[in-house]
Write a protein that binds this ligand. Structure first.
Ligand code: HEC
Ligand SMILES: [Cu+2]
Length: 319
């Protein structure tokens, strides 16, 4: 179901349609059971009303055993099937395809700030191309918010101090409401915006028309110097600190013998709580930058570190 009507909100994403299909299947099933029970109640009420001549003796044997076993098993398997259906469609929203466009969302009282790696910064707006998987990497600067796009049937809480990821794929061009769905303070009701889904050519045009700011990684590179990271992590630093080139998505050995995947979560935590997971072979001398860097700055720093490659000739970090 995706027709527009006064009863039904249009669905504009692949996930939204899947959610609707599940919803209508449950509705149809509930309606079927409701009417079956209703018909049986009325039938029995009339047939066995006071004074009627209907037989009231023993139940036939098949109704006592086979019938009982049959409907118990049938409903059991039906519920298992519904559980499987609902869970798989829910879990599918956690694993974005590898080629998904990545968008960072920072929520704060009372706005959503969004940014795709090559696109501009937007406030209470997000432009995306149609038929393209979009992975949202979300965090909050203050309290719990929730990113809700009803037309995508997409709602995920955004939690301070944690990266929440989820993805959607819009399949219909248009402009859709974005709401905060978690009561987050006085102006919660003003925390609204638009997700604009554009055709791919329109989107490319739109990107080209944006004022050329720095991309995330370039901004992160500047911060890396300003905040003194380069003083330790740079090529000629006096302190022995890990070379950050190429660490992204690699397994990092830790001082406690464990290994950890250097994903965004790890890099973020390395900056905010460097003592928690210390890289093997290094002294825990890195200061915490919690309270020093904002969420936006963290996002840029992570983008910068992700963009670093090991230079083939000098072995140093280059972009
Ligand atoms: C005083 C020197 C120093 C400064 C300043 C410093 N670091 Fe570090 N950093 C280290 C050392 C030493 C380690 C390895 C021990 C550890 O994991 O805590 C490290 C670890 C890391 C790691 C984990 C790397 C790995 O291989 O596991 C990341 C990411 C990182 N730092 C990023 C940064 C960023 C970003 C900044 C600036 C905001 C910064 N560091 C500032 C010394 C420093
Ligand atoms: Cu909010």
């Amino acid at each position: 179901m995706n027709g527009e009507s006064i009863f039904w909100l249009p669905a504009a994403s692949v996930q939204g349609r899947a959610t609707d299909t599940l919803f209508f299947a449950l509705l149809a099933l509930s309606a079927f059971i409701f009417f079956t029970v209703l018909v049986l109640i009325v039938t029995f009420a009339v047939r066995y009303r006071h004074g009627s001549g209907a037989p009231r003796g023993e139940m036939p044997a098949f109704a006592r055993r086979e019938f009982e076993i049959g409907w118990t098993a049938a409903t059991f398997f039906l519920f298992i099937f519904l559980f499987w259906w609902a869970t798989t469609s829910q879990f599918a929203t956690y694993d974005a395809p590898a080629d998904a466009m990545e968008v960072h969302v920072t929520a704060k009282q009372w706005m959503f700030k969004t940014q795709s790696p090559s696109g501009p910064r937007e406030i209470n707006a997000l432009h995306v191309p149609v038929d393209t998987p979009v992975r949202l990497v979300m965090t909050s600067e203050d309290v719990i918010h929730s990113f809700w796009v009803p037309a995508f049937r997409f709602k995920r809480d955004i939690i301070p101090g944690r990266l929440t990821q989820d993805w959607f794929q819009a399949d219909k061009v248009g402009s859709y409401h974005l709401f905060c769905a978690e009561l987050c303070g006085t102006d919660h009701s003003q925390m609204i915006g638009q997700v604009v889904v554009m055709t791919k050519p329109d989107y490319a045009d739109w990107i080209a028309r944006q004022p050329q700011g720095d991309d995330l990684a370039t901004e992160g590179g500047k911060l890396f110097v300003q905040l003194g990271c380069a003083g330790c992590h740079g090529g000629r630093a006096a302190v022995r600190a890990p070379n950050l080139a190429g660490i992204f998505n690699r397994e990092i050995p830790l001082a406690d013998g464990n290994h950890v995947l250097a994903d965004e979560r790890y890099i973020r935590d390395s900056i905010l709580q460097p003592r928690r997971e210390v890289a093997a072979g290094f002294e825990p001398v890195m200061p915490s930058f919690a309270g020093v860097v904002s969420e936006d700055e963290l996002t840029s720093l992570v983008a910068y570190i992700r963009s670093l490659r090991v230079s083939g000739t000098t072995g140093e970090a280059v972009r």
